[in-house]
Design a protein around this ligand. Structure first.
Ligand SMILES: Cc1cc2nc3c(=O)[nH]c(=O)nc-3n(C[C@H](O)[C@H](O)[C@H](O)COP(=O)(O)OP(=O)(O)OC[C@H]3O[C@@H](n4cnc5c(N)ncnc54)[C@H](O)[C@@H]3O)c2cc1C
Length: 368
């Protein structure tokens, strides 16, 4: 049984259904992808920045290859548009070298430093003294991807239960008793295995089962976007990022293109103190976005920007803490065999979803 029909839960359901047929997916909303999976940048990441050997680095790289193949095979809209990291001064220019080294350590195959004139040949409206270019980055239609994953899973025997919220989990002999609330009330069923892919609700679900581990505690960080209007979205054709600042909780406000030719700036990183998701965009945050992006997009004027959407990252760290890796863990060693927790699946979770599905299947096989 899989809890959560975001892109990760759906990719896991597809993988398990392909190998073992019957899989049950429980989702509290009326359709898939109503939370983080539909509120992100839709970028297929190259896997540049994550620490070597981390799950984020490994699953991003493997997931990227799998995702491009899957998109080509199933005709899911995507574009390998490439990504530029722009240095605007000498200090940032030096940092490009260490980002390239980190990318190579992670096994990212592309990556090339361009001088100003080469940058201008590719992106004539972008300002920078040097840039790092990765042709492996791209964008994907996340809704189309989720629709296809759901279709594949169902065709292989998975059952989707929408408007079905998991409210309790109890360990019993040989498995778990799961309590579910739906429109008709509450019902209970038993299952040998539970995969917790509940995104923002993953800590709550693991706690329900009795694993109230402070190490799994999630902290919510909002990422807001502002869209670029007044026809200026036509002025870039790739993903344009700044050099990340030390201790940053995201990659810095960058410009992403979408498959309809739109451009949005963001996401920023706002810690949500109350521990509840909040999808509002602060109407007063525009000047911060303008200030950050106009350093490398000099054609922008403040009134070109209008508030767009926001998403919420389920992070394992609060402000000031060191960056943490994904937790993807089979919990036999603490007395919960066949229970897999996926906690802190922030970026690059969309890119990595197919590789995560493969990993979860492997963990369940090992557990036997
Ligand atoms: C601002 C932002 C930008 C991002 N940009 C990128 C990007 O460009 N590229 C990239 O690779 N990644 C990106 N990410 C990360 C990516 O979006 C996530 O890693 C991914 O969507 C996580 O998918 P998920 O299925 O784990 O979570 P979700 O999509 O949140 O799905 C979890 C599901 O579980 C359900 N659920 C929760 N509790 C229960 C319960 N008790 N019972 C039943 N159902 C339950 C929820 O309703 C939800 O549908 C970004 C994230 C954010 C916030």
């Amino acid at each position: 049984m899989v809890i959560g029909a975001g892109v990760v839960g759906l990719a896991i359901a597809r993988q398990l259904a392909q190998r073992h047929g019957g899989v049950f997916v429980l989702e509290k909303h009326r359709k898939f992808g109503q939370e983080t999976s539909s509120r992100n940048s839709e970028v297929i990441h190259s896997g540049i920045y994550y620490p070597k050997g981390s799950l984020k680095a490994r699953l991003c790289l493997r997931g990227r290859h799998m995702l491009y193949d899957y998109c080509r095979q199933k005709e899911i809209l995507h574009r390998q548009c490439g990504k530029f990291i722009i240095a605007t001064n000498q200090e940032e220019s030096l940092q490009l070298e260490s980002i390239l080294e980190q990318a190579r350590r992670n096994g990212v195959e592309s990556g090339r430093i361009l001088d100003r004139s080469e940058l201008q040949q590719h992106e004539p409206h972008v300002e920078g003294c040097r840039a790092l270019y990765f042709d492996t980055s791209g964008i994907v239609d996340s809704h189309g991807l989720m629709k296809q994953l759901e279709t594949d899973a169902v065709l292989q025997g998975a059952e989707m239960a929408y408007e079905s919220q998991v409210t309790g989990i109890r360990k019993i002999d040989g498995g778990y008793e799961v309590t579910v609330a739906d429109a008709s009330g509450e019902f209970v069923f038993t299952t040998a295995a539970v995969v917790n892919a509940a995104g923002l609700g993953a800590y709550e679900v693991s706690s329900m089962a009795g694993m109230d581990d402070p190490f799994y505690r999630l902290y919510f960080w909002k990422g807001q976007y502002w869209a670029v209007g007044n026809g200026k979205h036509k002025l870039i054709d790739s993903l344009i990022y700044p050099v990340p600042q030390a201790k940053l909780t995201g990659l810095g406000i960058h410009a992403t293109i979408d498959l309809n030719g739109g451009v949005k700036l963001g996401p920023d990183a706002v810690y949500l103190d109350g521990g509840k998701p909040d999808y509002s965009v602060d109407p007063n945050s525009g000047p911060d976005f303008y200030k950050a992006a106009s350093r490398f997009l000099p054609f922008l004027d403040p009134d070109d920007l209008h508030p767009d959407q926001a998403g919420v990252r389920p992070k394992l760290q609060k402000p000031g803490d060191a960056v943490r890796d994904f937790i993807i863990r089979e919990e036999s060693d603490r007395g919960f065999p066949g229970f897999i927790n996926l906690v802190g699946i922030e970026s690059p979770g969309l890119t990595a979803c197919l590789a995560i599905g493969e990993m979860v299947e492997g963990l369940l096989k090992e557990e036997g």
